[in-house]
Design a protein around this ligand. Structure first.
Ligand code: ADP
Length: 595
């Protein structure tokens, strides 16, 4: 996946795209990302204002006959499909330069980005995603279509966190009952053993991929992963994989049922839907978007009413390892417990430091690349960043707002209080990380003073501060939501440095109001320059293509700030060092209102 072929951008894509046959026009919007052949943009239908996704493939890249055939096959198959869990197909057309495919927009990216941020996810979340995947694939198989490349990156997510299966580039239609397909142009990610053995394959290859997806979601890494593709293929052929003890018994037996070398022994999609793992455990009806970066909480009233059949304790046990013990940082691979604990303690700071060191050692600014288009990867955009902050740490603490409109305060006693985007739910986090969930109307007396302060901070920020970055729509009733909290912060002479428990590090520069948001999980940096342009670059691509001097100097500064965070012994030590530098009241502190 990392070695994607580079897309040739010889011809600029027009601002307004016209379907030559129907004369229908689309306004080209935000860049969404590039794949093997395609560049994807948001497309706005000016008549309906509907925002869609446009996959644009330059004809210059479709030179070989089999490439053209593949594209035709993709369109022929996908255009006929209409299902809740399949990316909607709106239209396709071509002009002299490009082929255009207009699709349903999936704003929350794919399960690939979710996996990179979260690693192992809980069983209820896994069941939720798997159910969507299975319903989509059942629909395909009923129509005699094999997808043949089911993988996390092809399982897109919309704003409702519903899975939409996409990318039919390797799909094929089974023409008669019992037909075994013999050819496949391309290499599926979760390739089944019968494809490797060239024995002829059919629907069972999708079930195999689903088994690999199930394993990857629960364990945090794929079942047959090795250093080299060759060795991975050997393992697949020998059916060599092991299931860590952290995986529950029902999940384990489903994985074993699916990942059988003999395709005839694997269950059908419908049988997987009726497997005990799917039917005996809790499946949330909806997941909050905070799941993209944080493990959800499974303790709410809503859950209890849905899952009356099982005691609450068991449900939470189920969702280990991330949720159990209310650990704040995203969990990593359960097998490397030591490593995970370390990552938990510093919330990926060391990881971020080594990524920055590696990147800066490659001297990216020696190859100045002013436009930096090549290094851009919108798929790595952060979901949460700081939009406002108020430093009142001489008396109480630091208050802030995240871009989803949630609010947090880190008090001088190192406790934290968060108010979620719905304006209702509050999370109180003790010094040791223990979390307590309350609401604005119902909370224990002991935190009364802190809730009063929270309201004060909220009103202050609403009235006085301009929000940084575009607004995000809060979703009502996200009772499963857990959002990251501020782990540590300090002010240097030229910037404020904020570190979230999900690993995100943000630096707001005072002089030009530029900001950087760094994410070690995605290996990416977002740069909001003084003109408020907001672009996300991947470290690996900056290493490959270079970056502007401007960004390089911010990367260097970020590395120094990470070092400072790493050497300050505790959270309070980090913020204490800043205390003396701040103005005495929030009004006077009037933070360079982040924008
Ligand atoms: P590939 O060529 O690797 O199959 P795609 O052309 O499917 O890649 O997608 C390229 C990029 O565009 C991906 O990074 C993906 O995040 C984004 N993308 C593709 N389809 C959609 C969609 N329907 N909605 C939003 N983003 C999409």
């Amino acid at each position: 996946m990392s070695s994607r072929p580079r897309v040739d951008t010889t011809k600029e894509i027009a601002q307004v795209i016209v379907d030559p046959k129907t004369r229908k026009r689309y306004q080209r919007g935000k860049f969404l990302g590039k794949g093997g052949f395609a560049r994807c943009y948001e497309l706005v239908d000016p008549d309906t204002k509907e925002v869609l996704a446009g996959k644009i493939v330059s004809k210059a890249l479709l030179v070989k006959q089999h490439q053209k055939e593949k594209m035709t096959q993709e369109i022929t198959i996908h255009r006929e499909l209409n299902h809740k869990h399949i990316v909607g197909f709106s239209s396709f057309f071509e002009d002299a330069d490009n082929v255009y495919i207009v699709l349903e927009l999936c704003r929350k990216r794919s399960l690939m980005e979710l996996h990179k941020r979260r690693k192992a996810i809980s069983e209820p979340e896994t069941r939720y995603f798997l159910q969507h995947i299975l319903l989509g694939v059942k629909f395909l198989h009923e129509r005699n279509i094999i997808h043949r490349d089911l993988k996390l990156g092809n399982l897109f997510l919309n704003d409702e966190m519903e899975v939409k299966i996409g990318d039919f580039g390797l799909a094929t239609r089974v023409d008669f009952a019992g037909e075994r397909k013999r050819t496949l142009c391309g290499t599926p990610n979760y390739i089944a053993p019968e494809i490797l053995a060239k024995k002829g394959h059919s629907f069972e290859v999708d079930v195999w991929s689903i088994g690999c997806i199930l394993y990857t979601l629960l364990v945090g890494r794929p079942p047959f992963e090795t250093e080299s593709l060759k060795e991975t293929y050997t393992r697949i052929k020998k059916n060599e994989y092991s299931i860590p003890k952290t995986v529950g018994p029902l999940a384990k037996s489903l994985i074993q049922r699916i990942l059988q070398g003999d395709p005839n022994r694997r269950p059908t999609v419908d049988q997987v839907l009726h497997d005990d793992f799917m039917t005996m455990g809790y499946i949330p009806i909806r997941l909050p978007t905070s799941c993209l970066t944080m493990a959800p909480r499974f303790d709410t009233k809503m859950n209890v009413s849905i899952v009356a059949r099982r005691p609450l304790l068991e449900i939470n046990k189920d969702s280990a390892p991330n949720v159990a013990g209310a650990k704040e940082c995203a969990a990593s691979q359960p097998e490397t417990a030591g490593e995970q604990q370390r990552a938990n303690r510093d919330c990926y700071l060391k990881e971020l430091h080594s990524q920055l060191k590696k990147l800066l050692d490659s001297s990216p600014a020696d190859r100045p690349n002013v436009e930096m288009d090549e290094a851009e990867d919108p798929a790595a955009v952060p979901f949460l960043w700081f939009s406002k902050w108020v430093d009142y740490s001489d008396k109480y603490g630091l208050g802030y707002q995240l871009c989803d409109d949630s609010i947090g305060i880190i008090f001088n006693d190192s406790t934290k209080l968060l108010l979620l985007a719905n304006g209702e739910d509050i999370h109180y986090i003790e010094r040791d990380g223990a979390e307590h969930y309350h609401t604005m109307n119902e909370y224990p007396k002991e935190i009364n003073k802190k809730v009063v302060l929270l309201k004060y901070f909220r009103n202050y920020m609403n009235e006085h501060l301009v929000k940084a970055g575009a607004a995000m729509k809060p979703r009502e009733g996200d009772e499963l939501s857990r959002i990251p909290s501020l782990r540590a912060w300090f002010r240097s002479r030229s910037a404020i440095v904020l570190h979230l428990t999900n690993g995100t590090l943000q630096i707001n520069f005072f002089d030009d109001h530029s900001k950087v948001i760094l994410c070690p999980m995605m290996g990416a940096i977002t740069y909001i320059d003084e003109k408020k342009s907001f672009r996300t670059y991947r470290f690996s691509l900056i290493e490959e293509f270079g970056c502007s001097k401007e960004l390089a100097s911010r990367l260097l500064y970020a590395k120094a700030m990470v070092e400072r965070l790493l050497t300050s012994r505790s959270v309070s030590a980090a913020s204490a060092s800043a205390k003396s530098k701040v103005a005495p009241t929030p009004t006077a502190a009037a933070p360079p209102s982040a924008h």
